[in-house]
Design a protein. Structure first.
Length: 228
């Protein structure tokens, strides 16, 4: 009888602490790569999508003395012809491009890219730094294969101050002055190219910041620096 009583108490204690275990469990599925954005395709509320997707971006702070200039006057030029399919990992929104050689993007195409890279949580659109877009498309061109469409998953583009403030409440890893806030950073991944290899390509061909994460690469047009 005593033995049965102990088992019953253990079971009772197990059930009583189970909600606490759930509450303490991490809100991000690191094993399956759910970092800044979820690509599961499930519909979530604005608040819940924050809680699931906002923890995995330890972007280093930039010294306040560094002057960050936005480039909006330069044309966005594509040297080599290639086909590109951009996919927003959060909304499944897609954009297709078929770039000829030595092509300069029109103002309408640039505006479409700005809209594609908007903060999908607040639906706020910001002009994206043209140097960043030039570098991003350059990397895409280098990764593209002849006569094949390059698929690129975009995990994060512009991030509003509201989004960033919420992120900072949830995790110490989020930079207070993230370059995502001013439209100078993109997080992306390319199927069949590992983040390690993609980061190597980005570092060798751009002059801004490059961060390598488990499932994506961060590219920005800020000071030259690298982290992983």
């Amino acid at each position: 009888m005593t033995h049965k009583h102990k088992l019953t108490r253990r079971l009772f204690l197990s059930f009583s602490v189970f909600p606490a275990i759930l509450q303490a469990a991490p809100l991000v599925d690191f094993e399956h790569g759910l970092g800044l954005f979820s690509s599961s395709g499930s519909t979530q509320s604005w608040e819940n999508s924050y809680k699931v997707n906002l923890f995995n971006d330890p972007e280093p702070e930039i010294d306040s003395s560094v002057r960050l200039e936005l480039n909006h006057s330069e044309n966005i030029f594509v040297k080599d012809n290639f086909q590109l399919r951009l996919i927003n990992s959060n909304t499944s929104h897609e954009m297709m491009f078929n770039f000829p050689s030595n092509y300069t993007l029109s103002s309408g195409e640039v505006a479409s890219l700005d809209n594609f890279l908007r903060d999908w949580r607040t639906d706020e659109v910001k002009r994206i730094d043209t140097l960043l877009l030039t570098d991003f498309l350059k990397i895409c061109s280098l990764c593209a294969k002849e006569n094949k469409v390059l698929k690129v998953n975009v995990h994060s583009g512009f991030r509003s101050k509201k989004t960033n403030a919420y992120l900072r409440k949830q995790s110490y890893k989020v930079a207070q002055n993230s370059l995502h806030i001013i439209g100078k950073a993109i997080d992306f991944s390319i199927p069949d190219i590992s983040p390690r290899r993609l980061a190597e390509i980005v570092r060798a061909n751009t002059r801004g910041g490059v961060g390598r994460y488990k499932t994506f690469v961060h590219l920005d047009s800020g000071p030259e620096r690298s982290w992983s």
